[in-house]
Design a protein around this ligand. Structure first.
Ligand code: TNX
Length: 507
């Protein structure tokens, strides 16, 4: 094959519309006509010397080195440089995740109050560079950034993605890639659904068979797997360098067959059920009247909390069909204080709503209606709401009948369905002030490979990310569809599998 000549490009493809193409849409952005700056073989990244800032700089450098082949040294001197990351308050939106980015003829400056703000600013910078910056191999450039500025901050504190590693286990390397993918769009929470009927995926020292036996299978009978504590710490630390907090979920009292298979004493009839590899829900339950169950939960929550720098511990609570309502209420009245005693805040699926309040708790709504009076009532008792309506945010729903994996019980979800709603006014009786944010869950009964994970995420995850980040006034389907189209070449360059939605005019 003859060598492929580099495409001649006098005006870089990103020059004209880059500031208008950002996803999620920023609070404010303007190009400066006639100004641009080009990254070169001599460009260095100057950063505030705090380790958290250096980590952001090193991440940016790694992305840029891959695509440009340039050395991009990270220089911790916080002085002016062609690329500068620094902490500042003047001109930076008053929010811990806010940032200001300026591109002049001399270079790029990202200013923020925290490392998270710097990180988000660098993700914006990636989108101002040509799409080829996402490539894993060095290309010729030119690596030109159009002049202009962005000022930005999120609308909601919590923008999440959930991955179910219980139905199909994913090794650590896949979780790290997942973190990289979601952080592109300023998602700041990774909820890991660590336990379910088909698998227990996290090592617990006091109850070793949970992971060793309860984790050794998965849907379909594959080998499953689990995270050692060292694995899990690695995930948490890696996520932190991408401004992401990990939210662990231990789903109780239902969805517990894997735990019951490992320890008969947790089972209502003191008999271990066989390992389960099917996809039914709602058939398993912990022994809610046994003290052993609460000793178990105390141990598990204590060990999980010790692995969790973030504030939340998710207790599941969904689909406990085998537990009578009164017993469920009693169970949650005992379980939530066990979480609080570890110093963590309770999070749970919205079945938790009509149980006893616990301070600051977060109810994750996954219904398909815009009215749920028990959730609205929980809000009057002090709960906050995380919105994951299944007919809007469930990434395991198929796009169309021919989507190769996924469910359709909450409907077929094309990207417009996922984008076109307002989290601030979605649930009757739940004002925007009670909405902590949005989360897109990916259940994996039928999702078995990373390519399938990516297919279900893209392009819908960026839609949820934008609902969580961008000012309400920017929400406009036509505009979003146009901006999303511009992301396609970036995903292609990065080797990300995505659904070529017929609703989008991909370039
Ligand atoms: C319902 S959503 C579940 C999960 C399933 C999912 C499939 C929720 C809290 N529970 O156990 O995986 O539907 O879409």
């Amino acid at each position: 094959m003859p060598p492929v000549a580099p495409r001649p490009r006098s005006v870089p493809s990103n020059e004209l519309s880059a500031y208008a193409d950002l996803v999620p849409a920023p609070v404010g952005a303007e190009p400066t006509a006639g100004v641009h700056w080009t990254l070169s073989a001599t460009t260095a990244i100057h950063t505030h010397p705090a380790p958290v800032a250096v980590a952001v700089a090193e991440h940016l450098a790694a992305v840029l080195r891959r695509a440009t082949g340039h050395p991009l040294p990270v220089v911790p001197d916080d002085g002016p440089g062609p690329i500068r990351l620094h902490f500042a308050r003047d001109g930076v939106p008053e929010h811990s995740e806010g940032y200001r980015l300026d591109v002049t003829a001399d270079g790029v400056t990202v200013a923020a109050r925290t490392a998270a703000g710097l990180f988000h600013g660098t993700q914006t910078l990636r989108q101002l560079l040509p799409a080829e910056v996402e490539s894993g191999t060095a290309g010729p450039g030119p690596w030109t950034v159009p002049g202009g500025y962005v000022v930005d901050r999120p609308r909601f504190a919590y923008r999440g993605a959930m991955l179910d590693v219980a139905r199909h286990f994913r090794p650590v390397a896949d979780i790290l890639r997942f973190i990289d993918l979601i952080s592109l769009y300023k998602i700041n929470h990774l909820h890991l659904h660590l336990t379910d009927d088909q698998g227990w995926r996290i090592a617990i020292d006091n109850w070793p068979l949970l992971a060793e036996y309860g984790g050794a299978s998965e849907v379909g009978g594959g080998p499953g797997g689990h995270y050692s504590k060292a694995d899990y710490r690695r995930i948490v630390e890696y996520a932190a360098t991408r401004a992401i907090t990990v939210v662990p979920e231990i789903d109780v009292p239902g969805h517990t067959n894997a735990a019951l298979a490992a320890y008969a004493e947790l089972s209502p009839d003191r008999t271990s059920p066989p390992v389960y590899t099917g996809t039914e829900v709602g058939f398993s339950a912990l022994a809610v009247h046994s003290e052993t169950t609460y000793d178990f939960l105390h141990d598990v929550f204590t060990e999980i909390a010790a692995l969790t720098p973030g504030p939340y511990l998710h207790v599941g609570g969904d689909e406990a069909f085998k537990v009578p309502a009164a017993d469920y209420a009693t169970f949650m009245a005992r379980t939530q204080p066990l979480v609080v005693a570890t110093g963590k805040t309770v999070m749970g699926w919205h079945q938790l709503a009509d149980t006893a309040h616990s301070p600051g708790r977060v109810i994750q709504f996954w219904g398909t209606s815009d009215r749920d009076d028990t959730v609205a009532d929980a809000v009057t008792r002090g709960a906050r709401v995380l919105l994951s309506p299944a007919n809007r945010a469930y990434l395991d729903m198929k796009y169309a009948t021919d989507t190769p994996v996924g469910h359709d019980w909450a409907g077929l979800l094309e990207v417009r369905d996922v984008y076109d709603w307002d989290p601030g006014s979605f649930l009757a009786g739940v004002p925007e002030s009670a909405v902590l944010g949005v989360e897109a869950p990916l259940w994996t009964e039928s999702v078995t490979t990373m390519a399938e994970v990516e297919l279900m995420l893209f392009p819908r995850l960026p839609a949820i990310a934008e609902l969580g980040w961008s000012p309400a006034g920017t929400r406009d389907w036509a505009g979003f569809a146009r901006r999303l189209a511009a992301q396609g070449p970036r995903w292609s360059a990065a080797g990300i599998t995505f659904h070529r939605s017929p609703q989008i005019s991909w370039p």
